[in-house]
Design a protein around this ligand. Structure first.
Ligand SMILES: Cc1cc2nc3c(=O)[nH]c(=O)nc-3n(C[C@H](O)[C@H](O)[C@H](O)COP(=O)(O)OP(=O)(O)OC[C@H]3O[C@@H](n4cnc5c(N)ncnc54)[C@H](O)[C@@H]3O)c2cc1C
Length: 442
């Protein structure tokens, strides 16, 4: 079969590769001038680095296996994680259970309660009963009001902004399960989390995937925006696509896989029935808004710092070069200041310079020695469909990968559940949907 794939991110490229392995020919159309979608990169000191911080967990086996299969498994490095938490004007180390025991903003009894709850949640296998309750309700009951307010509310806000109190507990349960899987074995290992990074950046994975698709006889286009699907007698038979700024042209396929966000899908496939469209348009995404600083020295000791102080206008600080050494980036220290925002919010609407100016005065709270002269470069990136909001009852609203139009399939991040979206799950889903398309053909 000849299959058209819309989107050259992790899902689209993995699907195209899997289709090639199964003897089909895939043609990928990516609207942007680069591959990788949300995990795409830009250059710092001549080395690519993600526009939004990226790492892998030990449990990300779909991505780990894919890298081995592509012959680039050796590029995946595992590094001890190093987490901080900024609250009450102080930066706390927050990597191991010992750090929690030393965390005095929370009374001792609450720390013990929180430690026990964490242990219980990490060991818990059953999660369906957590689907109908919000994380806020569950945590207030099991970690106590204070534990929720001091620790979890800022973390949930960091990920979901104003939607923080609507998130399903099943989503949070999965985070605990993942973090447990990223910890080592044995008594000491249990207190150490390791995170993975493909040296050379995630771009390396997408480039090798695209090469493989081409060597399988497929094609991968960038600057190729799909304008719509072509449906005849209830079956998707092709695409309208403008390649390299040219006039839109028609290409025919036996099947089409779309990996675009849910709110774009009804425009790409206007023939979809209302019953299916309802489960596309009922999804809410937050946008990730990033200011990326390249400094001439480190800002902090931590890779990942949660910001629990509401007077600071960003929700997390990810110092990539406390993970991958600054020498890889011409000596530049890369610091992401991150927020997840609604697209109509004030901070989302700000220009790169306005947002940089808004954030700058707060860096001295994190490191009192900070001075603007440390900043060698600053960048601004936005990812619109960054984080689907997962509320109680979400599972019942997930649209099927097989759309009601024969030969038209959907694989996007709203269909990943109860896991959080991530490159690993897009790879897994892309490959699974490729298998589905193959099954339907036989
Ligand atoms: C700030 C941030 C941090 C993250 N951190 C991590 C992390 O640490 N680890 C991790 O594993 N994951 C992380 N993720 C998540 C991960 O990047 C995504 O889950 C994954 O890349 C999604 O891949 P995808 O292919 O499903 O979707 P996308 O990457 O969104 O790909 C969809 C593609 O479709 C294209 N497209 C849309 N419309 C059209 C059209 N009409 N025609 C042609 N092309 C079109 C888009 O340009 C896009 O490239 C992070 C995401 C963000 C935003």
């Amino acid at each position: 079969m000849k299959i058209g794939v819309i989107g050259g991110g992790a899902a689209g490229l993995a699907a195209a590769y899997e289709l090639g392995l199964r003897g089909h020919t895939a043609e990928v159309f990516e609207g942007a001038p680069f591959l990788g979608g949300q995990a795409s990169t830009f250059d710092v000191g001549g080395t690519p680095v993600e526009k939004g911080y990226h790492h892998l967990f030990r449990s990300d086996t779909a991505m780990i296996d894919l890298m081995s299969e592509l012959g680039i498994g050796h590029q995946l490095k595992w590094i001890d994680s190093n987490v901080g938490y900024f609250v009450d004007g102080r930066l706390w180390k927050f990597t191991s259970p010992f750090d929690l025991m030393r965390f005095s903003p929370l009374p001792l009894l609450d720390r013990i309660k929180l430690g026990l709850m964490t242990l219980m949640l990490q060991r818990r296998k059953e999660w369906h009963s957590l689907e109908q309750v919000t994380a806020t309700e569950w945590l207030k009951e099991h970690a106590g009001r204070k534990g929720y307010e001091v620790i979890f509310e800022p973390m949930l806000r960091g990920k979901f902004g104003d939607h923080h109190d609507r998130i399903a507990m099943s989503w949070l349960w999965n985070k605990f399960a993942l973090r447990t899987a990223s910890r080592g074995k044995g008594l000491l290992g249990r207190f150490k989390e390791q995170l993975g990074y493909p040296v050379g950046s995630f771009a390396e994975i997408f480039d090798v995937l695209a090469e493989r698709v081409r060597s399988q006889g497929g094609q991968v286009h960038i600057n190729a925006k799909v304008q719509g699907t072509i449906v005849e007698d209830g079956r998707c038979v092709g695409l309208r696509v403008a390649v390299d700024g040219g006039e839109p042209e028609t290409r025919t396929y036996d099947a089409v896989l779309s990996t675009v966000p849910s709110y774009i899908m009804p425009h790409v496939a206007p023939d979809l029935p209302e019953s299916y469209v309802a489960h596309l348009t009922d999804k809410t995404y937050l946008a990730a808004v990033l200011v990326v600083l390249v400094l001439d020295r480190p800002l902090s000791r931590h890779y990942w710092t949660y910001v629990g102080d509401r007077s600071i206008p960003f929700l997390g600080i990810i110092e990539h070069t406390n993970f991958i050494p600054a020498e890889n980036y011409g000596g530049g220290h890369i610091v992401y200041l991150t927020n997840y925002l609604e697209r109509d919010s004030r901070l989302y609407q700000m220009s790169a310079e306005e947002l940089y100016r808004e954030y700058l005065p707060h860096l001295a709270q994190i490191n009192p020695a900070f001075d603007e002269s440390w900043v060698k470069e600053h960048h601004h990136h936005k990812v619109d469909a960054a984080q689907p909001i997962v509320t109680p009852g979400y599972a019942d609203t997930i649209p099927d990968h097989r759309t009601p139009i024969a030969g038209l399939y959907l694989a996007n991040t709203t269909q990943i559940y109860p896991e959080d979206r991530g490159t690993n799950y897009s790879v897994r889903m892309g490959r699974q949907v490729a298998a589905l398309i193959d099954d339907d053909a036989n």
